[in-house]
Design a protein around this ligand. Structure first.
Ligand code: HEC
Length: 136
């Protein structure tokens, strides 16, 4: 009986990891992590916690979740002006990044949204192209 419980719980874990695999593209996430380390971590930190009261966090950031569809535009064009993230205000300028290709932007979005935003969906290069056409 005990064995049966163990076997069923193993099965459960396996099924849920397979389901997650189909929604989040882990290869993209790993590729995105490399880009993040090069292009974002010097400000937002390797752990996504930001820098004191100067650079906002990405980890569990309400702003990131509320603006997840604008993430490609934020990365490409940067942003400025006062914003509130998890009850603190920030107003330094984030420079745009025009060195990243659309597929690199997609990868870094997947990393940031999965790791720090904890979403369970993937964003495709096509989604990024469409969102970049609608930047404000
Ligand atoms: C030179 C420092 C710097 C770099 C590099 C940088 N950012 Fe930012 N980022 C900022 C600052 C400063 C703000 C706040 C801008 C404001 O107050 O309007 C910000 C805001 C943000 C926000 C919205 C606020 C939040 O915390 O949710 C996101 C999302 C974001 N950055 C993601 C990224 C990603 C992804 C990269 C790498 C592709 C990146 N940033 C690179 C400095 C930087």
């Amino acid at each position: 009986m005990f064995r049966l419980i163990i076997i069923t719980s193993y099965l459960f874990v396996c099924i849920s990891c397979m389901q997650e695999g189909s929604r989040v593209n882990m290869q993209q996430v790993a590729h995105g992590q490399e880009i993040y380390s090069r292009s974002c971590a010097n400000c937002h930190g390797e752990d996504g916690k930001g820098l004191a009261k100067l650079i906002p966090p990405l980890l569990d950031a309400d702003y990131l979740i509320a603006h997840q569809l604008e993430l490609p535009c934020i990365i490409k064009n940067g942003m400025s002006g006062k914003i509130t993230v998890n009850n603190y205000s920030y107003e330094l300028k984030m420079p745009g990044n025009n060195k990243l290709s659309e597929s690199e932007i997609a990868a870094v979005c997947n990393f940031v949204l999965f790791r720090y935003g904890k979403v369970n969906y993937s964003i495709s290069v096509n989604d990024v192209s469409n969102q970049l056409k609608q930047c404000k």
